[in-house]
Design a protein around this ligand. Structure first.
Ligand code: UDX
Length: 465
């Protein structure tokens, strides 16, 4: 078997959309600089990725710039049984440790030994497997530096967090704006229903100190203050290396015309043609990402708010698991004014000139994507890091407005108006465009994040010689 000439990096992530997208986008950046990159995850997403994105495992992969990307899934044999996150992660670890060692063995036998593993905070055990195989490892933190800092302070007991019985209280961490109960990641609040997430948050830091690089999906200019403050925290956290924003800039320009995508639901490409027929900066784009489940009442209020109140065309992502919650007759009534799709090519939608604003749940990927596209937001966070991301978009970057629960149709209309035609709308658009320019500069050749990726590629190549 001929030995592969390019050093080989294995990227592995938790099998969720919010983790797969940044993994593939980092893979593109690394591959474009000349390395062979294999993307991997649990076998539980193999069929969905094949059906929705045409991803096929094995083989030589596809050319991306000067390198190649391929996929290879863990043989961890999940049957898709519903488990809560805590138990799912435990199963993933038990089966994943063996499966990852097996995958490394297969790569070596095929003449392309893995030179570095880039893991994911939900899979801290990947660092152990790398160490056992004598391979250096890295971690890709897929949320913001701000959330990294907040969770780090929480895990090490370094701060008094606001309590829900004192909604006016504010607390401050170095490099962050004062945060209220509504702004901290909701998993830290006593009343949060997902108690197991406390363990999961703690586990994310389990092996981080052993990794040679801790990458973060952010960019130095965006989170300058918190990045500058982290080295002063004790115990000292690992150094964060920003490599983002890991977004598709306008569709396909990261991968030389080859669209390597990681959608788990097939994207409705026809919505781009529909956007082409709309006036510039007229459309409200609405999506709550891949996991948030809105209650039926909120879905109905959103439907009425988008369709009847705002007076604008809208493109709304209603995933297949939520479609049954749409009010009766809504789709017929909305036809012409609005388009409802099960999944959109969100990068292409946000880059489209017809989009005026993004009503978003503020997942970190969506947050970075709207920053990179320069699209103002209606921030409608539901839980977890989304609450902090919303605070950041509205009060730090000043590129949008909050939409608070409980959702009411009038609230949707008022928020959309505020961000598109209200007295502050022009300033918000200008801020969004200036952050877009900064995001693009960070990943352009020689930009801050591009230099960090290049340094990694150079170091892996040096060690692999
Ligand atoms: C999850 C968490 O909810 C989020 O808070 C965390 O930061 C990452 O993991 P998710 O809720 O799915 O992610 O949100 P987000 O981070 O925004 O990721 C969703 C991804 O799906 C984005 O990259 C977005 O572009 C993509 N998407 C979403 C589509 O391509 N089409 C759609 O219709 C909707």
């Amino acid at each position: 078997m001929a030995k592969e000439a390019a050093p080989h990096v294995l990227l592995i992530c938790y099998p969720g959309q919010g983790h797969i997208n940044p993994m593939i986008r980092l893979a593109k950046r690394i591959a474009s600089k000349g390395l062979l990159v294999t993307c991997s995850s649990s076998s539980i997403v193999r069929d969905k990725l094949a059906a929705a994105s045409g991803v096929s495992a094995g083989g030589d992969g596809v050319l991306v710039g000067r390198g190649r990307i391929r996929f290879d899934f863990l043989d961890d044999h999940f049957d898709g049984t519903e488990l809560d996150l805590h138990n799912f992660l435990r199963h993933l670890e038990t089966a994943g440790r063996l499966a990852l060692a097996g995958l490394l063995g297969r790569q070596a036998e095929a003449g392309r030994p893995v030179a570095c593993i880039v893991g994911n905070p939900f899979l801290p055990w990947a660092t152990d497997v790398a160490a056992e195989a004598g391979i250096p490892s890295a971690v890709l933190w897929v949320q913001s530096c701000a959330v990294f800092s907040i969770y780090y302070h929480f895990v090490h007991g370094l701060a008094e967090f606001p309590r829900e019985d004192d909604p006016d209280a504010r607390f401050a961490l170095p490099g962050l704006p004062a945060l209220s109960v509504a702004d901290v990641p909701s998993f830290l609040l006593a009343s949060h229903p997902y108690k197991v997430l406390g363990d999961t948050i703690q586990d994310q830091y389990r092996n981080m100190g052993k990794a040679s690089w801790v990458f973060v999906n952010s960019f130095a200019e965006l989170e300058r203050d918190v990045i500058a403050a982290l080295p002063g925290v004790r115990p000292r956290p690992p150094q964060l290396i920003p490599v983002g924003p890991l977004v598709e800039l306008g569709g396909h320009d990261d991968d030389g015309g080859v669209a390597v995508r990681g959608d788990l639901i097939r994207a409705a490409d026809d919505c781009v043609g529909w956007l082409d027929a709309q006036a510039p900066r007229s459309v409200v784009y609405a999506s709550v990402g891949s996991i948030v489940m809105l209650p039926a009442e909120a879905v109905a209020e959103m439907a009425h708010g988008l369709a009847s109140s705002s007076g604008r065309p809208f493109l709304w992502v209603v995933r297949p698991d939520t479609r049954a919650l749409l009010p009766e007759g809504f789709l017929d009534a909305a036809a012409g004014r609005g388009m409802v799709v099960p999944w959109s090519p969100q990068d292409r939608v946000l880059a489209h000139a017809a989009v005026a604003c993004f009503l978003t749940h503020c997942g970190w990927n969506s947050t970075l994507e709207t920053i990179a596209a320069g699209v103002p937001v209606v921030a409608f966070p539901q839980w977890g890091d989304q609450c902090t991301d919303a605070k950041f978009l509205v009060d730090v970057l000043k590129m949008g407005v909050h939409l608070r629960a409980p959702l009411r149709r009038e609230g949707v209309r008022e928020a959309v108006e505020a961000v598109t035609t209200g007295p502050e709308a022009g300033a918000m658009l200008a801020n969004a465009r200036s952050w877009s320019a900064a995001a693009r500069a960070a990943v352009a050749p020689g930009g801050s994040s591009d230099r960090h990726v290049q340094a990694f590629v150079d170091e892996v190549s040096r060690r692999a010689r």
